[in-house]
Design a protein around this ligand. Sequence first.
Ligand code: NAD
Length: 280
Amino acid sequence: MIIDGKKEAEILRDEIKKEIISIKNKTNKVPGLSVILIGDLVPSQIYVRNKEKNSKEVGMNSNIIKYSKDVTEEEVLKKIKELNNDKNVSGILVQLPLPDQIGKEKIINSIDPSKDVDGFHPINVGNLASGYKAIVPCTPLGCLILIKKVEKNLSGKHAVIIGRSNLNGKPMAQLLLKENCTVTIVHTKTKNLKEECSKADILIAAAGKAKLVKKDWVKNGSIIIDVGINQEGDKIVGDVSFEEVKDKAKAVTPVPGGVGPMTIACLLKNTLECFKARLT
Ligand code: NAD
């Protein structure tokens, strides 16, 4: 089975759109997403444009705040403070990576945790790790939704995650622990990478290494989620050798068209949740 992330994202966006219409009819209010974009990195510009397009399509207000790459940290912090206090702003996102003069930690920590739609603020990270209600980073949230489309009950499954970033690997591990999986995180210093991966009922590849996962790395009948986005010539490929594993796995996500579309849909989901939390 090939997991169609595009279709699943469309389903999620439709649900979000319907909910926004229903709330708007009752309150005359809609969610607002503010995105801060610093510098002129092409991938960041593309991501932000997509986020804007998607949020408008579901009926949200979208506001992109652009700065040149030499903006001061102070100026960005001032803007975040303004957005934190703006009742029309439900969610705030600062597109990463940031230029050297801007401290990532300081920026993330300055966002009101209740508007932190990326789920990167330590309060949200801590709540997720404690098993409390939290805003969950969009990509792992999207991965979990896709996994659960294939298998509802994940209890007792052995999940292996390649990569330990704050963005992907670590929150993914927390989500799968909450689902009662036995979780292993592997990374660049792991010995016997292939052997560890081959034990996985659920394998999440989030290393950023083109076609790292080969046929003999995966277990028969496993669920494989490919988070990687890698440029190979003029093509975008994942961290998994899709053609090699697709007949061995029970289900696998393609790249493109797998996790990517779900990430943006989950950003909309998080923004809607933040908005709803402020309605009362
Ligand atoms: P990162 O560089 O912050 O982390 C990568 C992790 O993978 C590290 O923990 C590292 O130890 C591990 N790793 C790297 N090479 C490895 C190897 N050969 N063997 C074992 N472990 C290895 O990256 P990130 O921000 O977590 O992103 C990972 C990938 O996911 C990238 O390709 C990125 O573009 C992609 N990504 C996709 C989406 C999406 O929506 N699909 C969203 C975010 C990131």
